[in-house]
Design a protein around this ligand. Structure first.
Ligand code: NI
Length: 173
């Protein structure tokens, strides 16, 4: 396993729609392992392939975040939302591609998602709480959408400017 470099907003690759995955290959399994390691190392609770510059429709997540919780790593390939609750919930979201910036985003409180697993089989499950927020946030990444796209333009621009400054500082080393 290896850590992958996480793209920082603004980056054109974070705005692209990712491609459907045709089949589970060794490369894809390696990518899933690397993404989980990169996510845990960050640390974070979710990571989508475009965030590590791979334009494929795959995401990883683990929202079992209490310190003594048993890890529950999940890998979702070609995920699709098949049902959303009318109930909505607000969560203070962050993103590994927008470090140290948080803002409240409202989304459906529960979603049912269908996806292909690393075993090539189709699975369907219902998510609520933090898992529901996380899976929707990560699926947005597959469509080139970031959580700041839900914010008012002024707030979004403020965050983008901070990230541009951060990237300049990182480039200087
Ligand atoms: Ni994110």
């Amino acid at each position: 396993m290896a850590l992958r470099n996480i793209l920082i907003h603004p980056d054109p690759r974070l705005k692209k729609v990712a491609d459907p995955i045709a089949s589970v290959t060794d490369d894809l399994r390696r990518l899933a392992d690397d993404m989980l390691e990169t996510m845990y190392h960050a640390p974070g609770i979710g990571l989508a392939a475009p965030q590590v510059a791979v334009m494929d429709r795959m995401l990883v997540m683990d929202c079992a975040k209490e310190e003594d919780a048993t890890p529950e790593p999940m890998v979702l390939i070609n995920p699709q939302i098949v049902w959303t609750s009318e109930d909505r919930s607000v969560y203070d979201e962050g993103c590994l591609s927008i470090p140290d910036q948080y803002a409240e985003v409202e989304r459906p409180a529960e979603v049912e998602v269908e996806w292909m697993g690393l075993d090539g089989k189709t699975t369907r499950a219902r998510f609520d709480g933090l898992w529901a927020t996380c899976v929707q946030h990560e699926m947005d990444h597959l469509d080139g959408k970031l959580f700041i796209d839900y914010l008012k333009p002024l707030k979004r621009q403020m965050i983008t400017r901070k990230m541009q400054k951060l990237k300049r500082e990182m480039a200087r080393g």
